[in-house]
Each structure stands twice: as C-alpha cells, then as structure tokens.
Design a protein around this ligand. Structure first.
Ligand SMILES: Nc1nc2c(ncn2[C@@H]2O[C@H](COP(=O)(O)OP(=O)(O)OP(=O)(O)O)[C@@H](O)[C@H]2O)c(=O)[nH]1
Ligand SMILES: [Mg+2]
Length: 348
C-alpha cells in the first residue's frame, strides 16, 4: 500500500515526507520513497500485557513527488501529479498556508483542476481507441469499459473530481487498469506557520466543507515543527511538545488518517516473543488475514481464535477471555475487525 505526496512547488511536500519518515531535509534532496511505521497506541498496551520482547508496527510506503515543473509541462505536472503516482493508492496534498503569500483554497482548486486535467487527458485518448475496437467487433467484450469511461469523461468535463462519483463495484472493476488520479482518496494537509499553532482548531473547522468521510480528509499542521519533532529523541520531544502546548504529533494523525483512507485496518498477534500489527483491507476474511502472516496459515487454516482489542484489555489474558466468553472461535469466512487479536489454528 502506497501513499504519494503531491502539491504545488514549495508547499511543504518534502517537509511532510521527512516528518513522516523521521528524516531531515533542507533542500528536498532526500530519498523520495520510504516505509514508515503506522503509529498505534494499542500495540504498546498489548505488548505490555503480554510482556513481549518485541513490538512490530504496521507499515505503509510513502512517496515524495519530485517537482520537475521546468522540464515537464504535461498535464498535472505543476502539482506533482505525474506518472509516478500510477501505483499509489492514496494521496496527501500539501498546501502552503505558512508563507502567507498564497491562498490555500485557491491552491487546492488549482491542484484538483490539474488532477482533473490529468485524468481527462488519459481518458480522452483512451476512448477513441477503445471505441474503434469495440465497434469493429475486435473487442466487443470491452463495451462495458467504454461505457464507464464515457461516464467518467462526462464528470470530468463538468470539472468534477472522480472521487465524487459513485461507481458500482462492477463499474469500478471495468476501469481498474486506468490511473485515475482525481479518484484516489485524498488527505489535505494545510501547512501552517510555527506561530499559528493556536488556530489549528479554527482552521480545521473552516475546511470541513471539502471533507467527505472515507474519501477526503483534512489535517492542519506545521510541517516544520513536525519535522523537528520527528528527529528528536523521545525525551526531548516530550519537552518540546510541552513547550508548544501540543499533546500529539500531528504527523501521527496524518499517517493514521492515510491508513484509514486506504481502507486499511490492523489486526494483532500477541505473544511473549513479539506483539505485532498486521495490515489488511477492511472486509477481509480470517483466512485472508492468516495469509498475511504466512501462506501456510492460509492454506492450512482450521479456525481463528479472536479477541476484540477492548475485550483483551479488560480480560488481560487469553485464559480470562476464554473463561468469560470473550474469545470467539471463528471460521475462515469471519470478517476481521480492526483491533482483533488473532490466534490462527492451522495444519499443513
Ligand atoms: N515556516 C514554515 N516553513 C515551512 C513549513 N513547511 C515547509 N516550510 C519551508 O518551505 C520550503 C519548502 O518546503 P519543502 O518541504 O521543500 O516543499 P516542497 O513542496 O517539497 O518543495 P519542492 O519539492 O521544491 O516543490 C522550505 O524552505 C521549508 O523549510 C512550515 O510548516 N513552516
Ligand atoms: Mg520537495
């Protein structure tokens, strides 16, 4: 699962990237791809209960989009919307609200327009090609695909980002092969100045009109402070946060929100050796979840012993959960819930 950072030049993309990775950057010339850990306070609680030697977070991949606006004048390039984004599953969009020189609402519209233009360019060239082979009978079975493309085209022509369009799962499947940037879930990061932290709440409220749950979210933060926080040792960090009067690192929230926008949830395995968070898509079965741990567990799946996170915290041990009826014995079709602690029984 990958997240790409986009945004206009000098809007704080690399700063947010660095904050998410714990790197430092002065000129944006750092690695533009990294695996980052998904912060999850539940992991620590479980590890403590289990006396685990090791704790392993879930990971996602993050990509800082390169600005090549001087050399690359193609659709979307000015907003970092390029072919590199083909493989990302969600986007973080940074907006400059720290220099005071720009209007982030206008920049937001500019980037969305770039995305629409990018998608329109792809679809514009695809439709006549597809039309030709569908009409000639060479690919009659792709008629459905053509119809969905036309529907997308109409929406884009109305300057609607594809995210706002409701497609059926079947329609979704028809156009899976296309890179539709304006359809990707989007986390808007409003990047504010250090001396403006007190207006985070107010600014967050003022952006709610563009929020669409599960599709588009907003986070207001100061990228520069987040980057500094990310590079500090934990003691220094706590002091610094106390000084600033903030409780949580905003970049943690950004990562968590991105994770949710990707439609991902975590389940846990807990034990003395290690307590670990694993990633699956929402709605997946216990057998699929078992496969994330190891293919043998999926192949030889017998059953899953499941304790919901909240129950686990109350019961403190598997034995107690079993005794009080809080441990579920589930079959392979069981739909795993966020926070489930799983023990997979298998036989290969
Ligand atoms: N004061 C302040 N400056 C910031 C903040 N975020 C970024 N900057 C500064 O803005 C400049 C651009 O930040 P970058 O993170 O490099 O922006 P970028 O979008 O990656 O830039 P390009 O890759 O060149 O398009 C740098 O000088 C940063 O230090 C912030 O939250 N507050
Ligand atoms: Mg950069």
């Amino acid at each position: 699962m990958k997240i790409g950072i986009v945004g206009l030049a000098q809007s704080g993309k690399s700063t947010v990237f660095a904050a998410a990775c714990g790197f430092s950057t002065t000129d944006g010339k750092i690695s533009s791809r990294a695996n980052i850990q998904v912060p999850d306070p539940r992991l620590e609680v479980l590890a403590k209960l289990e006396n685990s030697k090791k704790m392993i977070n879930a990971e996602i991949e993050i990509l800082d989009s390169d600005m090549r606006s001087d050399s690359n004048k193609s659709a979307g390039a000015a907003a970092g919307v390029t072919g590199d984004l083909q493989l990302v599953d969600a986007l973080i969009l940074t907006l400059d609200s720290f220099t005071g020189a720009r209007d982030p609402r206008v920049d937001f519209k500019t980037v969305i327009d770039e995305m629409i233009l990018y998608d329109l360019t792809q679809i514009d060239s695809a439709i006549p090609r597809l039309e030709k082979i569908v009409l000639s009978g060479a690919a009659r079975e792709r008629k459905g695909e053509l119809e969905v493309l036309k529907k997308l085209h109409a929406a884009l022509e109305e300057e609607k980002p594809l995210l706002e369009l409701d497609l059926s799962p079947a329609e979704e499947t028809e156009v899976r092969g296309y890179t539709l940037v304006s359809r990707k879930p989007l986390l808007i990061v409003v990047n504010i100045a250090e001396d403006n932290l007190s207006s985070v709440g107010e600014l967050t409220d003022s952006w709610q009109d563009v929020v669409s749950p599960g599709r588009r979210e907003v986070a207001v933060l100061c990228g520069k402070i987040e980057m500094e926080l990310a590079q500090m040792e934990s003691e220094d960090r706590e002091l610094f946060m106390e000084d600033l009067g903030i409780k949580n690192s905003a970049v943690d929230m950004v990562i968590q929100k991105s994770y949710q926008l990707l439609g991902l949830i975590s389940f846990f395995t807990a034990g003395e050796k290690e307590t670990r968070a694993w990633t699956i898509r929402k709605g997946q079965s216990a057998q699929k979840a078992a496969g994330v741990i190891h293919t043998d567990l999926e192949r030889g799946f017998i059953r899953a012993e499941v304790i919901g996170y909240d129950n686990y915290v109350v019961c403190e041990t598997v034995a107690e959960a079993r005794r009080t009826g809080k441990l579920g014995i589930e079959g392979k079709e069981y739909v795993v819930q966020d926070g489930d602690v799983l023990n997979i029984r298998f036989n290969v």
